[in-house]
Design a protein around this ligand. Structure first.
Ligand code: ADP
Ligand code: ADP
Ligand code: MG
Length: 660
């Protein structure tokens, strides 16, 4: 076993790898960028090396700096985590050339699977079923369009270098092909520096089922059963589980055999995942699954496999990389119970799952597992840490295991309702709604499920009066920075003498709220809501609400929903409303990629005005209403959250302009 390793990653996965290293008595070296100087993975490591500024291109993707850090600290091996350099064969070459061990497969294995088109050609030869489609070299638009017609719509355009669901467009109709192709190419170019694509048949009622494989340097390869990752938004997984619901012995046998065959075809060593797409339109059939791609690394969702097989896959990685044989033979690997993983992201489910940023002013995970279940919380952040626009916005993974699917799902719901995050928009309410969805609970999952039920899954009911009253009470001490509000100490000191009251103003969305909070001589709180309703209604609160106060805001937690209210600073001028009315602001920090309208243009509601590239994805910003553009952001501009992208001519001016 190694005595010291370097972890070339950040966030939860860096922390996850360090936990196992510590268990095995292996010393750890962290690397970090400017933005991560005070982050959890740096704190957890035995040593840490600064490798550059915050952008990934200047830090976590700088293989040269990472290798230099390993040599300088005397680390013998490098664990790449996932993302970043984990599937970069040139980096593996660099590591090996420096006399170090890469904890993962050989550069040759990664190269064989690195590009989706070449991987599919290779798998075809190895006798593994692949998704029907075009995965050739030629890239002329007419050729691709004619291939798409041959394959039959709907088709899926995929970046051959793709990952993380980027550079992928589903196309329903030939008329949309060329627009979708340009957009996929642009996104692929920005994210991977490679704009070549393949075109695949879009599989009917698709289920994403993948098989965990593991190989060693002695020619052994095993599988650790399957995971179902069909719950996806933007082609990206949000809840994963093992085993796959409704899996049949025949399909499991066919898939796991194909997966091991794929691993052996490339002399695979280390942890890997073979992703299959399954046509579930007629149930799970052993001849209706196809190879999509191989991820030659540890997967985000590996913990569900660890839970149902009782293994530590990072321990296996370290053992195999240090020259040991696989810890278990195929027959020693067994399945037990059911596990789920839910990915908690800083993102706005109601706005099409737009990634969000912010400071996690309040962060609380359940500290005990629900009854008869095991739970793991995998995170790389603490309360007070920021979700920056530089990196993936995942905050944590909640992993639960119980004896059957229903109990594990119950445990997941329970864990989600006991999770509290404030300071950034998060997807906990969406995850809880998905975990409670009738089809999902029945195991009737496919990759379109979230899209079909999107409205119901992302709709958050307006806060009730009880919630508003709770917010008013929690906000009583708002405005003053510091620890959570304690209205008791603020008000109750005077309560011996008479009822004391304070008026509180709050905002929730567009709604202005006025509340009168009083503490009565018996110590109970009373909140009278004076607005937005005409009639005052009064609520008695006996216990303090589950709430977090943070600068200028208060968040009340109800189940998995966090209702955030703005607490206006009475000293600040109320100038926001006016400025926002005639303008369109950036929903997140990003780069203005393409501008399709100019000042003076009359545009109609829904017309795309510009494309904002943020978190390596393209977001189309469309006109919210008909109008005339007064001002529009410049192509290439780097904008921050809330920057005005488009300003419309005010209505009177517009009609004046029109009559001229
Ligand atoms: P998985 O199937 O394990 O979720 P993904 O391909 O979705 O794998 O990506 C794994 C992780 O790597 C995700 O957290 C994703 O955000 C990150 N990732 C994917 N592509 C990139 C990239 N080009 N740069 C940085 N991180 C990436
Ligand atoms: P990435 O490298 O971004 O993970 P994948 O090729 O693994 O790309 O595809 C990501 C997701 O897109 C899959 O999990 C699946 O939901 C969907 N998908 C991919 N190929 C197809 C297909 N041919 N038909 C239907 N859905 C697909
Ligand atoms: Mg994939």
């Amino acid at each position: 076993m190694f005595s010291k390793i370097l972890i070339a990653n950040r966030g939860e996965i860096a922390c996850r790898v360090m936990r196992t290293a510590r268990k095995l008595g292996v010393h750890t070296v962290a690397v970090y960028s400017d933005a991560d100087a005070k982050s959890l993975h740096v704190e957890m490591a035995d040593e840490a090396v600064h490798i550059g500024p915050s952008p990934v291109g200047e830090s976590y993707l700088r293989g040269d700096k990472i290798v230099a850090a390993a040599l300088a600290t005397g680390a013998q091996a490098i664990h790449p985590g996932y993302g970043f350099l984990s599937e970069n064969p040139d980096f593996v070459d660099q590591v090996v050339a420096a006399g170090l061990v890469f904890i993962g497969p050989s550069a040759a294995s990664i190269r064989a699977m690195g590009l989706k088109d070449a991987a599919k050609r290779l798998m075809e030869k190895a006798g593994v079923p692949v998704v029907p489609g075009y995965h050739g070299e030629a890239q002329e638009i007419v050729l691709l369009a004619s291939k798409a017609r041959e394959i039959g719509y709907p088709v899926l355009i995929k970046a051959r270098a793709g990952g993380g669901g980027k550079g992928m467009r589903r196309v329903e109709h030939p008329d949309e092909f060329s627009e979708a192709l340009s957009s996929a190419r642009r996104e692929a170019k920005a994210a991977f520096g490679d704009d070549r694509v393949l075109v695949e048949k879009y599989v009917d009622k698709p289920r994403h089922i993948e098989v965990q494989v593991f190989g060693d340097n002695f020619g052994n390869a095993v599988h650790l059963y399957e995971r179902d990752c069909s719950a996806q938004r933007r082609h990206q997984k949000v809840i994963e589980e093992a085993p796959a619901p409704g899996m049949t012995p025949a399909l499991r046998k066919a898939m796991t055999e194909a997966a091991v065959k794929a691993a052996k075809a490339i002399d695979y060593s280390g942890a890997g995942t073979i992703e299959f797409i399954v046509d579930a339109s007629q149930g799970l059939k052993a001849d209706r699954f196809w190879f999509m791609e191989m991820n030659t690394r540890l997967q985000v969702e590996h913990p569900v496999t660890e839970m149902v097989t009782g293994t530590d896959l990072v321990e296996w990685q370290l053992r195999v990389a240090s020259g040991e044989k696989l810890p278990k033979t195929q027959s020693e690997i067994t399945l037990s119970g059911h596990a789920f993983e839910a990915r908690i992201y800083a993102e706005d489910a109601a706005k099409g799952f737009l990634p969000a940023t912010g400071t996690l002013h309040h962060l609380k995970f359940p500290d005990t597992a629900p009854q008869e279940a095991q739970m793991r919380v995998e995170t790389g952040v603490r309360a007070g840490d920021a979700i920056s626009p530089f990196y993936d916005p995942m905050i944590a993974k909640l992993v639960v295991h119980s004896k059957d699917r229903a109990m594990a799902l119950g445990a997941l719901r329970d864990a989600l309702t006991r999770t509290e995050v404030a300071g950034s928009t998060v997807n906990t309410a969406f995850l809880a709604a998905l975990a409670a969805d009738a089809d999902f609970a029945a195991g009737d999952v496919d990759t379109a499920l979230i899209g079909r039920h999107q409205q119901a899954l992302t709709a958050i009911p307006a806060p009730g009066d009880e919630t508003i009253a709770a917010a008013a009470l929690a906000a009583t001490d708002a405005g003053a920075p510091g620890p959570a509000a304690d209205p008791w100490s603020v008000l109750s000191g005077y309560a011996h003498f008479h009822t004391l009251a304070r008026r509180i103003r709050l905002r929730h969305g567009e709604e202005n709220i006025l509340a009168r909070v009083s503490v009565r001589p018996d110590g109970r709180f009373q909140v009278a809501l004076e607005a937005p309703h005409d009639a005052v209604n009064t609520h008695d609160l006996r216990t303090m609400p589950h709430a977090a106060r943070w600068p200028g805001h208060v968040t009340v937690f109800e189940g998995a929903v966090g209702y955030t209210f703005t607490v206006p600073d009475p000293l600040a001028r109320a100038d926001e409303a006016g400025a926002a009315a005639g303008s369109l602001r950036a929903p997140m920090p990003g780069l203005v990629k393409l501008v399709r309208a100019a000042a003076g243009d009359a545009v109609i509601k829904g017309q795309p005005l510009l494309i904002l590239e943020a978190m390596k994805m393209e977001h189309t910003i469309a006109a919210p209403h008909d109008g005339v553009i007064a001002e529009i952001a410049a192509e290439g501009a780097q904008v921050s959250d809330g920057t005005v992208l488009v300003r419309f001519v005010e209505e009177q001016d517009a009609s004046a302009a029109a009559s001229r």
